[in-house]
Design a protein around this ligand. Sequence first.
Ligand code: ADP
Ligand code: MG
Length: 315
Amino acid sequence: MASESGSASRQHADELAASEAKESHPVEPDSNGPAAASSIITPGGTKRPKGKGRSISPDRVKAIQEKRKKAQLVVDDISVSFDGFKAITNLTLILDKGELRCVIGPNGAGKTTMMDVITGKTRPDSGSVFFVDELEDLVGFSEHEIARRGIGRKFQRPTVFPRHSVRENLELALNADKGVWKSLFHRFTAAEREKVDQTLEQIGLSSVHTTLAGSLAHGQKQWLEIGMLLAQDPAVLLVDEPIAGMTHQEVERTAALLSSLAGDHTVVVIEHDMDFVRSIATDTVTVLHEGKVLAEGNMDAVQSDPKVIEVYLGE
Ligand code: ADP
Ligand code: MG
């Protein structure tokens, strides 16, 4: 950061430290976390700490892989209750590597709760979450550990650093492991610069890279936050209601961005807006209702499913 913002004031650093303390950002620096963008443990990686998670039965994995060759992340038989109310009941979701999965369903269906379980924010009563090639249950891991293993989450409220430029935000995300002080005075390598440039390009913010994040339009802030997640190279990217509050034009650009990320990443988009889902759903759509999978298939199949029609009309 020194090169771009040598004048970074103590005030800025304090602001950053305060943001760092917030639990809302999934890939915040952590004093004991040796994670770096380059060392995020992707499925099949070898650097993961040993002996932490419960083991997943190899038979279960085999059964899944027989059905789904490209299976990558499995949400397996999850149940969640809040004071006796069942928000999710025996939910299983198998994500293929590189797919763009849309999860839709009426309010209260359990979509956000499912995302909370995957990211370690909510601990389920039962069930597992695992990468098929890791045989280790992610349930019980901290949000930070799960983020380090390659599951990035985009929150509805952007958690960008408003008093730093777009570029600096990406640089901070790239060095999230180093802690704020170190990353502020870090000298960037050519590879890191290239990664930042490439991410700027990807999120369509190259032309505003010197703009303070706090001055960006709503949509641009959302894209920057997606960029900050991308800087961490997540295997799986979870996005909850990405178009809330966006203009029509912003919605279109968001659709294009999310579609472009699939392939290199597995992308899960939770969205209530059917028109938006229709515009991006090239792969499987999962419909949740009352904490269960009501329907799953391609957009056409799901849309013409009488059960789905009934649930959406009954809202
Ligand atoms: P969706 O995102 O599909 O709208 P949620 O996952 O937010 O649904 O919520 C599913 C159900 O669980 C809702 O009935 C909601 O009120 C309930 N719920 C979610 N979080 C909590 C919580 N922390 N405490 C109590 N009930 C909750
Ligand atoms: Mg929700």
